[in-house]
Ligand binder design. Sequence first.
Ligand SMILES: [Zn+2]
Ligand SMILES: [Zn+2]
Length: 417
Amino acid sequence: MMIKTLRGMKDILPDEIGIWQYVENAAKELFELFGYREIRTPILEETSLFVKGIGEGTDIVQKEMYSFKDKGGRRISLRPEGTAPVVRSYLENNLNKKEALVKLYYIGPMFRSERPQAGRQRQFHQMGIEVIGSDSFYVDAEVIYLMKAYFDRIGLAGYTIKINTLGCSKDKTGIKKELTRFLKDKTNLLCKDCKVRYKKNILRIFDCKVEGCKALLRSAPKIIDAICGDCKDHFANLKKTLESLKVDYVVDPYIVRGLDYYTKTAFEATHPNLGSQDAICAGGRYDNLVRDTGGSKTGACGFAIGQDRLIMALGSKRESEKALDLYVAVLGEVPYKEGFRLCNGLRINGVSSDMDYQNRSLKAQMRQANRRGAKYVAILGEDELQKDVIILRNMADGQQREIKINNFIDEVKKLKC
Ligand SMILES: [Zn+2]
Ligand SMILES: [Zn+2]
């Protein structure tokens, strides 16, 4: 029996990798222009980090985490998201002692054992940023603007930016109470999931996609009406700043996000190419997570882009760079030795080159050079070796010339520039 990948996990093959490298390189470049530095945290963490951070009653912690006991009996989990590990590292490594405001980004795989479907794999990939150390609405504006700038930079069109405010934790408690009161005698009208949410995570009812729940919520108390003056100002200032940056957005009062740690600003970007799983980026402010993870009260804000969905939304396949600068075709054992030396010499001089390792005929080697998209082929047989030359053929026009073996690498390098 051939062994296959696990359900919900995928290989990314060389022919597909071009678009992945493209979106990652563009992200790194832009994030760094905005002053963010990369952080790489482990894929495994203590389970309690996510239970505390994301919230006991959330779908992620309740049913989606890959958790198990290691040999020492410790409860550990594959990270289902990137923010809690970044905050853990921020505290553990005292990053706040070096700078008052810390701006970080990460790129990497996350794991959730959901039912796999289009745009939702069990191993998925996120590119995220976190700004830790400020309460300023300018930070929220920067984070949302950076998301927009990134989409524009990679040529993504047709996305929608939706923003909302959830209020501070005091406001959240208040709105939970009001919503409980409102739904108390209407729970029989809720869908099966929302009946559970009603008890465990009531705000999540706001982002239920079931029509009956949506209809019910239209007359429910609104978060925006229940938040304090400070949170209202924060949201109003954010909106004004986004307008000054020419960011188009819509206010969507039903964005609550599936994680407990969000406070004040919550936002997402959606794309019509993606069907029901249409969010390509989600983020917001999380002013209590640093404190809840063991630090002091620290304002923070960030986002995570779902790389798999982003690539689906882009809808284009970018060819991975596979064209070769030069193919070394050889005939005979002694020429092979010399060709192998030259081929490796070219490589370390910045010329991509390759040759045959299967003892094929010259004709087969030329075919292989074509398949690899080689711009030039160098031909070396016994005759050439006798004369101390190598034949260089331009594959575009078929022109050939002889070059002294000693000058060969320098001559080919000149062709590159
Ligand atoms: Zn508030
Ligand atoms: Zn529902």
